[in-house]
Design a protein around this ligand. Sequence first.
Ligand code: SF4
Length: 191
Amino acid sequence: MIVLNDILLDEHILTQPFSCDVKKCKGACCTMEGGAGAPIRNDELDSIQASVEAALPYLSEQSVRIIREKGWLIADGDGLATRCIDDRDCVFVFYDGDVAKCALERAYFNGESTFRKPLSCHLFPVRVADFGGDYLYYERIEECTPALARGEATGETVLTTTQSALERAYGSEWTHAAVELARHIQQDGND
Ligand code: SF4
């Protein structure tokens, strides 16, 4: 583990080849089995709520009905999460062919809202744990296996794949320092 400006970091974030290959994984991180969807931070609640109406036109009738009748937010342990449908798809999932995608993000990229998607989704496969401060780690799941081969081929890593999300969470200065650190580790490995 590495400490970078008071944030604890799993070295695999810097070194693991990784590039999402959604044609192969089908957006599996949005449809994982389990009772809860994406972890939600308290400071995201208002922004998500303000974006829901823009997301609805992309969703199935079933998802719209569930959001209207039950809401999109649930309690999950000590925290909050998006609701899942049948313990699987996040309630904001729509299908583009056979690939699961996020309706919040689609509305954002179509200029219909100002909130892209929950930070936990944006950061994935980076997860944030609390050790008194933030501890960032790479969550290795079987569904992401195609991303490992694609990262080997493209030269991308968990860090570069999640760079814009890390900038959103920790700022460009911290993220730039992480990129520099990764470069040094790679150089040392090549020497
Ligand atoms: S994080 Fe994993 S499951 Fe999600 S889109 Fe990327 S490769 Fe697919």
